[in-house]
Each structure stands twice: as structure tokens, then as C-alpha cells.
Design a protein around this ligand. Structure first.
Ligand code: BES
Ligand code: ZN
Ligand code: ZN
Length: 505
């Protein structure tokens, strides 16, 4: 599928599918047509107006009405798309809008889709930004993961040939440059989705290491180092090594380094549990298959690195991935065991299913020992409790620095990713004190699990380094699917990270 900017009169467009936009009016039930929708309506002798009236269409956001051109010589498919109240339209709504349009086009097996962009939308978001978001929504909405299906099923998957965004001659080049940028961002997100969606026995720690090596081999400003058990042991990474004991797969500690033009360094860390059975504190069978999602943080870091050399942010970026399976094999770590993380803190393991924090302890220790980062940002599918707090669509943000927190919240909103700050309640630190070690990996209490998970991580970062923890357990994976993402990995966090890195000078 090609996405391109064009200047063509919608009334003269010959593509087999056209999309035009309408808005809710000031009065109840009133619908206002965009200029392009008006032109098409006129060409079709008022068909679109009659459709809106009969269907009582309200032009609510992402709602669509489908018809065919009434003109005999053309067999065009026509989609009327509701924008919703313009002043309330968020970046996220725009992604959904674009995804809704491309999904409808896919359903009716369109081969060429022409979308008449109304000036109102361009004015609201800015030409470049609008085009960027619209391209991302289109690309992500068109995404499907079907490589493991048989040939007959694969053949049924419909690919749209081209999506053309119609705009005025003065805007066409800036819209094209927004599309190009959106394409790069989308590639990173789909790269992440593919990694999460692949089966867990494929995406082992070794496989993630190989993916990182392949990425680095394609460019000269990204270098990679994949450490195995021996090197980790030398560094004292007993958290990762402890969690890895139940698995036959060797754990890996993956380091990626992108050299920007600035010496300012941002470290991004991704939880890389390539399958989380819970270990000896075994999870129930029902739903366990979704625990292939537990490397979504790692996949987001790899997705980001897959496009860094094309995006060329100024800032230098280090990516760290502690990768291991969490399995209940014969040598598995046991509840009651104590491990000492790389920074010297001892951890009492009381529940082997709270493994993410234990592997991140080493990764965060490593980040603070080896670099002088301007910020450390970790992404982790850390707690079910964060999903209880914020639901499936919203990630939790924990941060020791208000500037970093505000930057991330702003950038996430502009990227169309839901992020909500939660507090690092210092009084709750008591709850992770252990009677036999420095800290324990669970509280044994029912409440505040996302917070105590974050507080555990905070033990491995000094207060002097701005640090943010994104608990992405909810939004990293969708079990119901949406127009913007089919069932499976969503690639959450990639857009926010890319926009954040770009914003750093
Ligand atoms: N990987 C899970 C968290 C998770 C749950 C991610 C659901 C996505 C969806 C994590 O390792 C885990 O099992 N956490 C436990 C912690 C508990 C034992 C303190 C949890 O959330 O139940
Ligand atoms: Zn777990
Ligand atoms: Zn986990």
C-alpha cells in the first residue's frame, strides 16, 4: 500500500473509492458538509444529503456511511466519514478516524482509496502533523498479522494498492513530508507488533539478540552488544540469572547504542520476558498464551531502534533489554530464594511471577553504573494491578522528576497514546522491606500493586537521574482488537518514545 499526497478535484477523481468528511453542526442533528463532500454531493444530485437525512447520521467521530456512486459510467464506492466535534478531536481520535476509513476500504476490497482532506482538519492539527498522524492511522489500521495462516487464508487478505490524501496545491508538499515521517513511525510500530505477535518459542532471548544484531548491521551509527550468561555473571546480574534458571533458553542482556550528534544520552529499557509462565508461582492455564506479550517493552525498544538511523534524532540513545523466559524448570528459582542485583541490593523472591522487577533491577543498575544519562525510561508489562487501576488502554507513568513526567505526558498525548501519571507513594516503601534481605519482590498485600512494583524499581535508580517507568501491561496487547490494532500486540510506547527522542536537543 502506497500513501501519497495529491491535488485532484474530488469530483474528477477516478479511483474506485472516495472518502469525504462531514461535521456535526451547531444545532442538534445538523450535519455540515466539508467543501469536498459538498462538491461530491452536487455531482451525485444530492445523494449524500439524502443519505445523511434517512440514516439520521450525526457525523460522530469515526462513524461512516457507505454507498455507490449513482452515476452509471462509474462504479465508485463512496464513504461519508463523521469527524465529530472538531475542537474536541485529539491526536488519538485522528488515528482512529484514519483507521476507520482504511478498515472500511479493506472491507469493501477497494484497490485505490482517495481521501479528500478537509481544510478544517489541516487547520486543527497543522499540515505536517495532520499528515503524519493520518498516515500512521492508515498504516496501523491496515496492519494484519497473517504469516502463520495457510495459503488459502493468506490469499483472502485484501491489500489496498494506494491511499491518496487530496489537499490544496500549496499544501501538497508539506502533507507529503508528513506522510513520509508517519511512514517511518509506522514501520517502527509494526516492527514491534510483529515481534509481540510471533509465537513465544520463536521470539526467545537469543532471537531478540539476533534481531538487535541485524538492526545494527544495517547502519553505521548503531552498535550492538549481546551478553550471555558468563558476561552477566561477571557483572553480578543475579536478578536476570536467577529468573532464567527455570528455562532451557540462555538469557541475554542486549545493549544497543545509537550515536546522535549530541552527547546527551537517553537510556530506554524494555522488559524482555519472552514468556511468563509465572515460574514456580505458576500462572493459571487460562489466558497463559497471552503471556507472550511480556516482551512488549523489549519489542518497543527494538522497534524504536529499527528506525533511529532514518529518523536521526540529535540525542544519543542507549537501548537495554534484559531478556529471559520465566519458566518452572527443575533449576527454577524458588519462593524464599535471595538474589543480589548488580547494584548490591539483595532481593527476597517471594513470588516468582513478580519476575519483571527482578530483571529490571539489573538493567536499571547497569544503566546508572555505565552511563550518565539525561533520562532513563523503562517500558514494562509489569503488573496486572496497573490494568485494574487504568483499564486496558491506558499505561501508568511513574516518575521521579516533574519535568520528565510533563514532557512524556505531553508527547504521549500528541502521539495518540494514553498515559496517566500515578504516584510513587513513599510511605508504601515499608511494604517492600524484607525480613531476610534488603527488599522483597512482592508486598503480600492486595492493594496498590502498580505503585509497589514501581517503588521496587526505584530502588535501582538514584534520585539524581530523571527516571520514568511506564507500566504498559494494559495497552501493549489487545484481546478484543480495534480498527487501529487487530487482536495482539499494539506497539504501544513506540510513538511516544520516538516523539520524545526527537524533541530532545
Ligand atoms: N507479566 C506480568 C504482568 C501482566 C499481567 C502483564 C497481565 C500483562 C497482563 C507480571 O510478571 C506479573 O505476573 N505480575 C504479577 C505481580 C504479582 C505477583 C505481585 C501480577 O500482576 O499479578
Ligand atoms: Zn510474572
Ligand atoms: Zn511478567
Amino acid at each position: 500500500m502506497k500513501i501519497q499526497a495529491k491535488t485532484v478535484d474530488i469530483a474528477k477523481a477516478t479511483a474506485d473509492m472516495l472518502a469525504v468528511f462531514v461535521f456535526p453542526g451547531k444545532n442538534d442533528g445538523e450535519v455540515v458538509f466539508s467543501e469536498e463532500a459538498k462538491r461530491l454531493d452536487k455531482k451525485f444530485s444530492g445523494l449524500l444529503t439524502r443519505m445523511v437525512d434517512t440514516e439520521k447520521f450525526t457525523a460522530a467521530t469515526s462513524k461512516t456511511l457507505f454507498t455507490y456512486s449513482p452515476l452509471a459510467e462509474q462504479n465508485q464506492k463512496v464513504l461519508l466519514v463523521g469527524v465529530g466535534v472538531l475542537d474536541k478531536l485529539s491526536a488519538r481520535d485522528l488515528l482512529h478516524l484514519a483507521a476507520a476509513v482504511v478498515n472500511r476500504a479493506k472491507d469493501v476490497r477497494a484497490s485505490e482509496l482517495v481521501v479528500a482532506i478537509p481544510s478544517e482538519l489541516i487547520d486543527r492539527f497543522g499540515s505536517q502533523n495532520f499528515a503524519e498522524l493520518y498516515a500512521i492511522g492508515t498504516r496501523l489500521g491496515a496492519y494484519s498479522f497473517h504469516k502463520h495462516k495457510g495459503p488459502a487464508e493468506q490469499a483472502k487478505v485484501h491489500e489496498i494498492g494506494s491511499v491518496s490524501l487530496l489537499t490544496s496545491p500549496s499544501k501538497v508538499s508539506v502533507v507529503q513530508s508528513g506522510i513520509d515521517k508517519g511512514e517511518i513511525f509506522s514501520l517502527a510500530v509494526t516492527f514491534t507488533r510483529d515481534l509481540v505477535n510471533d509465537p513465544p518459542s520463536t521470539t526467545t532471548p537469543t532471537y531478540l539478540g539476533d534481531v538487535a544484531k541485524t538492526l545494527a548491521s544495517k547502519t553505521n551509527n548503531i552498535s550492538v552488544d549481546v551478553m550471555g550468561k558468563t558476561e552477566m555473571a561477571k557483572l553480578g546480574m543475579n536478578g536476570i540469572l536467577g529468573i532464567a534458571r527455570g528455562s532451557s533458553q540462555e538469557p541475554k542482556f542486549i545493549k544497543l547504542h545509537y550515536q546522535g550528534s549530541s552527547s546527551k544520552t537517553v537510556v530506554i529499557v524494555g522488559k524482555g520476558i519472552t514468556f511468563d509462565t509465572g515460574g514456580l508461582s505458576l500462572k493459571p492455564a487460562e489466558g497463559m498464551e497471552t503471556m507472550k506479550l511480556d516482551m512488549s517493552g523489549a519489542a518497543a525498544v527494538l522497534g524504536v531502534f529499527s528506525v533511529l538511523s532514518e529518523l536521526k534524532p540529535k540525542v544519543t540513545v542507549v537501548g537495554l533489554i534484559p531478556a529471559t523466559e520465566n519458566m518452572p524448570g527443575p533449576s527454577a528459582i524458588k519462593p524464599g530464594d535471595v538474589v543480589t542485583a548488580m547494584n548490591g541490593k539483595s532481593i527476597e523472591i517471594l513470588n516468582t511471577d513478580a519476575e519483571g522487577r527482578v530483571v529490571l533491577a539489573d538493567a536499571l543498575s547497569y544503566a546508572t553504573a555505565k552511563y550518565k544519562p539525561a533520562a532513563i525510561i523503562d517500558l514494562a508489562t509489569l503488573t496486572g494491578a496497573c490494568m485494574v487501576a487504568l483499564g486496558e488502554d491506558v499505561a501508568g507513568l511513574f516518575c521521579n522528576n516533574d519535568v520528565l513526567s510533563d514532557d512524556l505526558l505531553k508527547v504521549a498525548a500528541a502521539s495518540g497514546e494514553e498515559l496517566w501519571r500515578l504516584p510513587l507513594v513513599s510511605a508504601y516503601r515499608e511494604l517492600i522491606k524484607s525480613s531476610v534481605a534488603d527488599i522483597k519482590n512482592i508486598t503480600g498485600k492486595r492493594y496498590g500493586g502498580a505503585i509497589t512494583g514501581a517503588l521496587f524499581l526505584q530502588e535501582f535508580v538514584p534520585d539524581t537521574i530523571p527516571w520514568a517507568h511506564l507500566d504498559i501491561a494494559g495497552p501493549a496487547f489487545t484481546e478484543k482488537g480495534s480498527p487501529l490494532s487487530p487482536k495482539g500486540g499494539t506497539g504501544y510506547g513506540v510513538l511516544t518514545l520516538l516523539n520524545y527522542l526527537e524533541s530532545q536537543k
